[in-house]
Design a protein around this ligand. Structure first.
Ligand SMILES: *Cc1c(COP(=O)(O)O)cnc(C)c1O
Length: 418
């Protein structure tokens, strides 16, 4: 459920007409709904009511906007970060260092040092080599890093190849069969306190089966590690729950997911950690855009909008679907291709789509753009970096200024010798 809906023939974000935001802030612009973010955060937590000890960390990479992070911090969420930059954002948004989990295959020594000096909650380490570096850095600082070993359970998440992370040939984690040996060697290192295992098999999962398969393997590994004398207090089950980009798609509900987790982890006697991203932020945001013109095509016309692949990369990257709706629909429909102005054929949001009739100057939205949207924006084609707005009831604020092409150009210099 979200708070973007038609009232008296026009689309609102909560109680704010989207047309007003377009008028005052310009387009393209991402619009987030605080009520939707909070609702999703609460529904996800309620789904896990059957899990006795848990920790929720929002996957910052899905939407790192400071205001969004602050909203989720207010709902008791920590942060799952994958870079020093995300770590600093989480802290700036008021998330306690203890509630931060640092994931990712390429943590640098400088990032480790920074995170250790802040005493973050946990490092999820993805290789023996990484752990050796972390242990050495921590020991040199006279500290001990709390860490979990990320396992690659070799299950097919059944999602898009570019967002699958749990197959043996993906770069993430270490294989199940080598896990115990690595765990044994690492637990002997000074500077590190290994306390558990982590798993994250991919994103936009539309079935619980791969998760159940992965969690089952993790449960067996936990039992095995304990039988070898290791103390396992934490198990991180990652994120990955899908969202309905199209009405016909029915992802598992947080309640179904929570029931599975409660059942599978009942005897684990550990704190279960979660790293949801998309399921919290996806439907809490839309990309508001204006139609520049409608150009005839061979079959269907091209609706050229002022948002492009540099603002919302998912269709170009993952062939992703985003529902397109007019802000002032007149009740009629048209068949159209929806494209942006960028000079790439990949800058296509939809081909042969049945949409609300729109014409030049009309406003429209791409739905489900709150996750993996603004955060992937670039200035390709010397376009600006898209602005972001957060709505709260009948008020809104710009939570990320548009960065103009002139500001981007100002960061460049031409050497005097040219
Ligand atoms: C991307 C990612 C997540 C979040 O995935 P969602 O599908 O957005 O829930 C969680 N954990 C890790 C390690 C990730 O890389």
């Amino acid at each position: 459920m979200d708070h973007f809906s038609l009232v008296d023939g026009q689309l609102f974000a909560e109680q704010v007409p989207l047309a007003r935001i377009a008028e005052e802030v310009g387009t393209p612009v991402y619009v987030y709904s605080r009520a939707t973010l909070e609702r999703h955060a609460d529904v996800f937590r309620e789904g896990l009511a059957g899990v006795a000890r848990k920790h929720l960390a929002f996957a910052v990479k899905s939407n790192p906007n400071l205001a969004v992070l602050k909203v989720l911090a207010g709902r008791g969420y920590g942060a799952d970060v994958v870079s020093g930059g995300e770590l600093d954002r989480a802290l700036a948004a008021g998330i306690a260092a203890q509630d931060i989990v640092f994931s990712g295959v390429g943590k640098t020594e400088a990032e480790m040092r920074h995170a250790l000096s802040l005493d973050i909650g946990q490092f999820n380490i993805e290789s023996e080599e990484e752990c050796q570096m972390l242990a050495a850095v921590a020991a040199s600082m006279g500290l001990t890093a709390r860490a979990s070993l990320r396992i690659n359970p070799d299950v097919d998440a059944g999602t898009h190849a570019k967002i699958s992370t749990g197959k043996a040939d993906n770069k993430f984690g270490v294989g199940l069969h080598v896990g115990p040996g690595i765990y044994q060697r690492l637990s002997a290192l000074p500077g590190i306190a290994l306390r558990g295992v982590a798993v994250h098999i991919g994103s936009q999962l539309l079935s619980l089966d791969p998760l159940e398969a992965a969690f089952g393997k993790i449960g067996e590994l936990v039992a095995h590690l304990r039988s070898e004398g290791h103390v396992i207090t934490h198990v991180d089950l990652g994120g990955g729950l899908g969202v309905p980009y199209q009405a016909a798609t029915e992802p598992p509900s947080p309640a179904d997911y929570g029931a599975l987790v409660a059942r599978v982890t009942r005897d684990w006697d550990a704190t279960i950690q979660f790293e949801p991203g998309r399921v919290i932020a996806g439907n809490a945001g839309v990309l508001l855009t204006r139609v520049i013109r409608v150009k005839p095509g061979i079959r269907d016309p091209f609706v050229v909008v002022d948002a492009a692949m540099n603002d919302l990369a998912r269709p170009a990257l993952y062939d992703a679907w985003h529902d397109f709706e007019a802000v002032h629909p007149d009740g009629t429909r048209m068949m159209a291709n929806i494209v942006g102005p960028v000079c790439e054929s990949g800058d296509t949001f939809a081909m042969g789509r049945d949409i609300d009739t729109v014409s030049a100057g009309d406003l429209a939205i791409f739905r489900t753009a709150g996750a993996y949207g603004a955060t992937m924006a670039s200035s390709y084609n010397s376009r600006g970096i898209v602005a972001e707005v957060l709505v709260d009831g009948d008020r809104y604020a710009v939570v990320a200024n548009r960065i103009s092409p002139a500001e981007i150009m100002a960061a460049e210099t031409v050497p005097a010798w040219l």
